[in-house]
Structure formats: structure tokens, C-alpha cells
Design a protein around this ligand. Structure first.
Ligand code: PAF
Length: 297
């Protein structure tokens, strides 16, 4: 695996593959790689000929300085993990390479950026994400870019960005990878104390409670959200939001009539965590019966 630090070196490395019409994958990361990232790299390895993993802790998307300072960094560990999962190139540019003197452009994806995380963290967060993702896509010019569904809103924002700017790249979102007890893998989990780690489990437990209720036939968003909130309140975490929204527009949903995104954000001590699940309405016995009759008719 090659480690490259400049856009010029990355372009030079990828030029022969591009001339031969090979498929290039990009897995953008901020490092502190965990099994979620590794699943993206492995999938990219399966789907494409050349796999580039980018590693850049993007200061522009951190709305809290302390969060940026605390963010876990260990490049040599990341290098080993990326290579072992099949990356061909680790692109790890400096902040000066990404934002040289005079840099003056930012990308704002309106609407979908403004809800949930946008409301909590302010417009800078997704402006920072959209700008760096647009830049990384411009730097590597991949055929496919891979993201984790754990950052569901980020995926929605990036899909909007790619569609609106006519960027010739396919966006793949892969399922959240979880610890055995359900906690979604996140680079920030490394910052949790033992007690906080236990409390953090309540995020996925809240999603599970609402999922069970939906599977039992409950369709009211109020009731579904109340079941999740009860779990979180009992766990001693500071809830930021728990919301049931349309998975494409992120508009609030009042009645679960089609699959909807249940998204949660909470602070566990100093660490802010997010998670989500897709809730689907239960298929009623009557409609099941009808479906069977239609099939056998
Ligand atoms: O999901 C992340 O790790 C980051 O938001 C991304 C997409 C690498 C942009 O910095």
C-alpha cells in the first residue's frame, strides 16, 4: 500500500489505472479506523480495481474545538489496518495541502443539511463535510465512494451534493457495524470511560425498543419516540434528539406508513454519539392474507 500526501502524487498514482479504464474506489475517513471503516474498504476491494482510503481529520466540520482536539489519531495503526483490508493507497494529506493559503470556497447543501445534526451542530458541520467530500471526490475522481449508514444524514447530504453538482460518482452506503451488545462502531467510542461505554449502549437499545414496537403494529411517531426516549432517560445520557423522519427528505414523519429513519443523538459524558435505524410498518395479518390470496389466484 502506498502512502501519499499530495494531490499531485495521488493523481500520478491513479493515472495509469484510469487510462486502462479500471474502476477506482474512494473510502473517505478521518482515521481512527474501526470495523465499520474496514467493512467499507473490504467492500470497495471486492467491487473495484483500485482502492484509495483517504485519512484527513477535517477541522472545518468540527463545531467544537475540544471535539477536534480530542479526536483519536494514530496513523501507523490506521495504515496497517487499511493495508490489511485491501487498500492500495492511503491518501493522508496535510491541512495545508487541503486548505492552502487563499482557499475561499465552501459547499452548502441546503434543506437536508439544516435538520437533525444541522440544527444541533450548526451549519458549519455539514458545510465542512460537503466541502471536504466535494474536494476529495475532485482529488481522487473515483468511480464509487463508500460511506457508512451510521452517518445517515451525511449520506443524504452527500447524495444531494453529488446529484446537484452532476458529479460522476456512485455513492454506496453500507450498513452500520455494531459491537456485540449493539453499540454502533464509532471512532469516538474510544473516548468513553467504562461507565460511559455502558450508558452508550442505550442509544441502540432505544432504537431496538422502537423497532420492536413498530414490528408489533404501532404506527404513531409519538408512541414510537416515547418508547425510545424512555430507554434513554433511564440510562443517564443527555439526549440531543430522537426523531422519526423521511429517509430522503429528513422531514418529520407523524405516522409510520412506509419505512422511516429513526435517528438519535446523545451526549454520554463529554462524547457525543449518533445512531439510527430504519423502522418499517408491520405488515398486518389482513394485508398478509390478501397478499397470499393475490399470489395464489
Ligand atoms: O464520516 C466521516 O468520517 C467524515 O465526515 C468524512 C466523510 C470522512 C469527511 O470528513
Amino acid at each position: 500500500m502506498r502512502v501519499l500526501r499530495t494531490v499531485a502524487a495521488l493523481r500520478k498514482e491513479l493515472a495509469p489505472a484510469r487510462r486502462r479504464g479500471l474502476r477506482v474506489a474512494l473510502v473517505p475517513t478521518m482515521g481512527a479506523l474501526h470495523d465499520g471503516h474496514l467493512s467499507l474498504i473490504s467492500q470497495a476491494r471486492e467491487d473495484c480495481d483500485v482502492v484509495v482510503v483517504s485519512l484527513f481529520v477535517n477541522p472545518a466540520q468540527f463545531n467544537e474545538r475540544s471535539d477536534l482536539e480530542r479526536y483519536p489519531r494514530d496513523e501507523s495503526r490506521d495504515r496497517e489496518l487499511a493495508a490489511a483490508s485491501g487498500a492500495d493507497v492511503l491518501f493522508a494529506p496535510s491541512a495545508e495541502e487541503v486548505y492552502p493559503a487563499g482557499f475561499a470556497t465552501s459547499v452548502d447543501v441546503l434543506g437536508v443539511s439544516e435538520r437533525l445534526e444541522g440544527e444541533s451542530r450548526g451549519a458549519e458541520h455539514f458545510r465542512g463535510v460537503a466541502t471536504i467530500v466535494a474536494k476529495l471526490l475532485g482529488m481522487a475522481l473515483p468511480d464509487v465512494a463508500y460511506f457508512g449508514q451510521k452517518d445517515a444524514q451525511q449520506v443524504v447530504v452527500i447524495r444531494r451534493l453529488v446529484a446537484d453538482l452532476n458529479l460522476p460518482v456512485a455513492i454506496e452506503a453500507l450498513p452500520t457495524v455494531r459491537e456485540p451488545d449493539g453499540l454502533a462502531m464509532s471512532s469516538r467510542n474510544a473516548l468513553l470511560s467504562e461507565v460511559e461505554r455502558e450508558r452508550a449502549r442505550s442509544l441502540s437499545a432505544a432504537l431496538e425498543a422502537a423497532t420492536r414496537l413498530a414490528a408489533a403494529g404501532e404506527r404513531s411517531a409519538d408512541a414510537l419516540l416515547a418508547s425510545g426516549r424512555e430507554v434513554l432517560e433511564g440510562a443517564g445520557v443527555e439526549l440531543d434528539y430522537l426523531a422519526l423522519v423521511d429517509p430522503d427528505t429528513l422531514e418529520p414523519v407523524e405516522l409510520l406508513e412506509r419505512p422511516a429513519l429513526l435517528a438519535v443523538a446523545a451526549r454520554v459524558g463529554q462524547v457525543r454519539l449518533i445512531d439510527n435505524a430504519i423502522l418499517a410498518p408491520a405488515v398486518s395479518q389482513t394485508s398478509k392474507g390478501k397478499a397470499i390470496q393475490t399470489c395464489s389466484a
